[in-house]
Design a binder for this molecule. Structure first.
Ligand code: GDP
Length: 141
C-alpha cells in the first residue's frame, strides 16, 4: 500500500462543462502532484465494475448512466497522506453539505453530479489506481 498515492476522477459533469483545468489547478494548489492522467469514456461494464460496492444502492443505475454519459478524467495524484487529504479537499458527497471552498462546493451540480471522485481508503486507492493506470505510470513522478 502506498500512502502517498490516490485516485481522483473528474466526472463527466465537470469535464464536459470545461471545469477540469480549474479543478486540477485547485488540486495542485492543495499540494497534489499529477503523476498520470487520462481522458476516458467508461463503458457500462467498466462503470459497473468501478462502482460495484454500490450495486445494491437505489441510485446505482442512475450513477452508472451518469458516469457513462461522457468522458471523464482519471488522475493519479501524489502527496503525503494523499487519501484523507484529498477527501478533505473535495468535500462532502452532497455539495449542499460540502465545506466552503471545497471542489464539490465550488463545482458540483448535485449529490450525484458532484464533479469529482476520490478514493475513500488507502486499500481502495490501490485497487482504483490499478483500474486506470499501469505499473509503469505509477513509477512516474
Ligand atoms: P463519495 O465517496 O463522496 O463519492 O460518495 P459515495 O461513495 O457514497 O457514492 C458514490 C457516488 O454515488 C457519489 O459520489 C455520487 O455521485 C453518487 N451518489 C451518492 N449518494 C447518492 C444519492 O443519494 N443519490 C444519487 N442519485 N447519487 C448518489
Amino acid at each position: 500500500m502506498n500512502e502517498s498515492d490516490t485516485l481522483a476522477i473528474i466526472k463527466p459533469d465537470a469535464f464536459g462543462s470545461g471545469k477540469s483545468g480549474r479543478i486540477i489547478a485547485h488540486l495542485e494548489a492543495a499540494g497534489f502532484q499529477v503523476v498520470a492522467a487520462r481522458v476516458s469514456r467508461l463503458s457500462r461494464t467498466e462503470a459497473e465494475a468501478f462502482y460495484a460496492v454500490h450495486r445494491v444502492r437505489p441510485f446505482f443505475g442512475s450513477l452508472v448512466e451518469f458516469m457513462t454519459s461522457g468522458p471523464c478524467m482519471p488522475l493519479l495524484l501524489r502527496r503525503a497522506d494523499a487519501v484523507p487529504h484529498l477527501r478533505q479537499v473535495i468535500g462532502a458527497t452532497d455539495p449542499a453539505e460540502a465545506d466552503e471552498g471545497t471542489v464539490r462546493a465550488l463545482y458540483a451540480e448535485s449529490k450525484e453530479r458532484n464533479a469529482i471522485h476520490a478514493s475513500d481508503s488507502p486499500e481502495n486507492s490501490d485497487i482504483e489506481i490499478a483500474f486506470f493506470f499501469t505499473g509503469a505510470e505509477r513509477l512516474q513522478g
